[in-house]
Design a protein. Structure first.
Length: 401
């Protein structure tokens, strides 16, 4: 069931241990499910309870610790030895009396690693303040270090197999975007367009199916386009509405996001004027992207392009992307923004999203790209422009009276 060769997992583990050594960490407690997947292959919707992968710098095998009923999945889906899958009883689950980190501490103490330099992913959706306090209380002889993004930084350069999975995700993203765009007509409910999008994301292509994405489709319309990160409602699209569609294709947990803006009928004048400015800036960034430049340099190209038109963007311009789980498809490492000195290297992958939001409207046209040996290449092929739809479906029987 492993999506990668065992040698690739061992190479990832070796690179992780190298970073552990550089940071003075002997035991690494991984709670981010993407990082658990990356190093072990474990893939299940079990991250709503406490679980972790333990990496010990002088041990060849990781240790999986999680809920008893999830242990069989860990044994069947990972490359680690069955004996290294250690489940905790169900009375630890969402209890006010017991905590899974007590169990983790007991295991680490029993196997002789309770007094080592121990890294934890402090700034992580899946690691709570209670978990940290419980570990400290039950491992009084351990020295804790912040290992946030340690594994994420290993993940930032993709293998050829990872790129292949992202190319499949891109095919799903492209099909899904066209499905969503074609659904957007006056009289159609936002939720029905969202349903069309979900269907295509999951059904994928004839050759391969899709996974659930880490972020739901974002689908604001009308004045709601002035606010990013809104999902759908049950209201119906109206003629003259603009609609922002942001989604991702996902394959084996690898994401390729993209965004486009649709006008139902003739676009508003302000949208017509801002679109070529956004496209021009986006193209400038793509032309700048190549090995050796920094994320700061990419943002500077965008800022310079916008400044010619008297516009500034407060939010970051993009971020590294790839393997992830809800609630985010970003890798939480490099950001395309001022001051980020991350140097681009081949097989880094980024979601470039030059969205602009104003008082009563907004626009998003985004691309996901891979850094190549000499520049960059896009994962998808979709018109990079404002998309104008007929107000109503072409079939007269579908028209709204």
């Amino acid at each position: 069931m492993l999506p990668f060769d065992i040698l690739e997992y061992q190479d990832r583990l070796s690179k992780t241990k190298q970073r552990m050594a550089e940071n003075g960490i002997e035991v690494l407690l991984i709670t981010d499910p993407a990082n658990m997947n990356y190093l072990s292959g474990y893939d299940a919707w079990s991250f709503y309870v406490h679980q972790m992968l333990v990496i010990i710098i002088d041990e060849a095998q990781p240790i999986w610790i999680g809920r008893y009923q999830d242990a069989s999945g860990a044994r069947s889906m990972t490359w680690i030895y069955d004996d290294n899958v250690i489940p905790y009883p169900d009375y630890y689950v969402q209890s006010t009396t017991y905590h899974p980190m007590e169990f983790v501490a007991q295991i680490l103490t029993q196997i002789g690693h309770g007094n080592r330099y121990t890294g934890v992913e402090m700034d992580n959706y899946y690691f709570s303040a209670k978990a940290y306090e419980c570990l400290k209380q039950n491992l009084p002889n351990a020295t804790f270090k912040d290992a946030t993004s340690l594994v994420n930084r290993v993940r930032i350069i993709k293998s050829d197999q990872e790129i292949e999975y992202m190319k499949r995700a891109a095919q799903i993203a492209e099909l899904t975007m066209y499905k969503g765009i074609n659904s957007i007509r006056a009289g159609v409910r936002e939720c029905d367009t969202a349903a069309d999008i979900y269907y295509q994301m999951v059904t994928g292509t004839e050759e391969f199916g899709g996974d659930y994405p880490s972020i739901v489709p974002l689908l604001p319309s009308g004045e709601n386009t002035s606010t990013p990160h809104l999902t759908w409602t049950e209201k119906r699209f109206q003629e003259g509405d603009s609609v922002i569609v942001e989604l991702a294709g996902c394959y084996k947990r690898y994401h390729v996001p993209m965004a486009r803006t649709v006008s139902i009928g003739a676009p508003a004048e302000n949208l017509k004027q801002i679109t070529p400015i956004v496209v021009e800036g986006l193209n400038e960034v793509l032309q700048t992207a190549k090995p050796g430049v920094t994320c700061h340099d990419l943002e500077a190209a965008w800022r310079k392009s916008l400044r010619k038109h008297g516009i500034e963007k407060e939010a970051r311009l993009g971020y590294s992307v790839g393997l992830n789980y809800p609630p985010d498809w970003g890798e939480h490492t490099a950001s395309i923004r001022m001051g980020d000195t991350t140097v681009l290297q081949p097989n880094m992958t980024f979601h470039l999203i030059p969205g602009l939001w104003f008082d009563n409207y907004g626009i998003e046209i985004s691309e996901t790209f891979r850094v190549t040996d000499s520049g960059c290449e896009l994962f998808t092929n979709c018109p990079r422009d404002l998309i104008i739809n007929e107000p109503y479906n072409m079939n007269s029987s579908d028209k709204i009276s």
